[in-house]
Write a protein that binds this ligand. Sequence first.
Ligand code: PEP
Ligand code: MN
Length: 354
Amino acid sequence: MDISPLSFPDIEKSRPLVLAGPCSAETEEQVMTTARELSACGIRIFRAGVWKPRTKPGGFEGVGEEGLKWLAKVKRETGMYTSTEVANSGHVKAALKAGVDILWIGARTTGNPFAVQEIAEALSGSEVRVLVKNPVNPDIELWIGAVERLQNSGIKHIAAVHRGFGSYEKGLFRNLPQWHIPIELKRRLPSLTLLCDPSHIGGRSELIYPLSQQAMDLGFDGLMIESHCNPAIALSDKEQQITPELLHTILKAIIIRETTDDSESLYELRREIDELDQRLLDLLSKRMSIAREIGRYKKQHSMPVLQPKRYEHLVTERVSQAPGLEMDEEFVRQILEAIHEESVRQQLEIFNKG
Ligand code: PEP
Ligand code: MN
């Protein structure tokens, strides 16, 4: 069964399709003020979580069904479409009854096939639009599996939301973008509308603009962005929420590059190459940091930097993989030598310090 694109009769089809609103509905006043400000900026789809999945107990877990009334008021007053997160059949029933237009399955729920199946069954026969966020762990099959469960329940309007992937190591991003995963999803399910959630990828308001631009350059159809009338006092995700005014400025600044059909695939492939190069560099940088750690160990234990036996073993073992990986052995040897040379140089620097 084909998936219909996420579209709305009275919203222009041009990119990006934007959903915006607070991480959580907190009070009627916060919801209405944010919605009015967003609507004044031309935003047509409002988001707000009323049931909030929190990593640990004790945090703000959402206002529950009460918030659905505020969403209905947003719709009545501003004409915006409304959306909220559902994580079980009770949520689905309440949200459908309250007339919410779009439901989304959150990252923690997508990773749980029992929950997704329960939601899919509760949605059966409904015309509601459903967004599926990627699971927290980088497992594309789970993501696709959730989409299939919805399709099997007769849901036609499904879209995917890329919100980044959890990682033990904390770096620039709250959740690693791993762009190759949504790109692969689009390759496998070409008719699926693909949105990006830069708020949860970046985890910081400054990253929303560059991540949104990158998503548009990669051909994403739309953006889901957290916006709060007063981010400083938000009850959840305060570092990543932006005011409707800043959202408006960002959306105006984003450049949309539309390519003709002919060059589009070439453009996509080059984008993938750029992404892979970036990952190669990140990996090399990680490898060097481990080499430096080994350097410090060798220094403390008065071991020499060069360990010829270990080096010989490493090169022989890696080079033997070359044919299976469709690469020339000499090419792999040269890369390994270059990497090794830089590791040794960095370790020597440690030895020569102090
Ligand atoms: C959210 O959109 O507020 C949310 C909880 O997102 P995620 O499921 O991506 O963490
Ligand atoms: Mn959030």
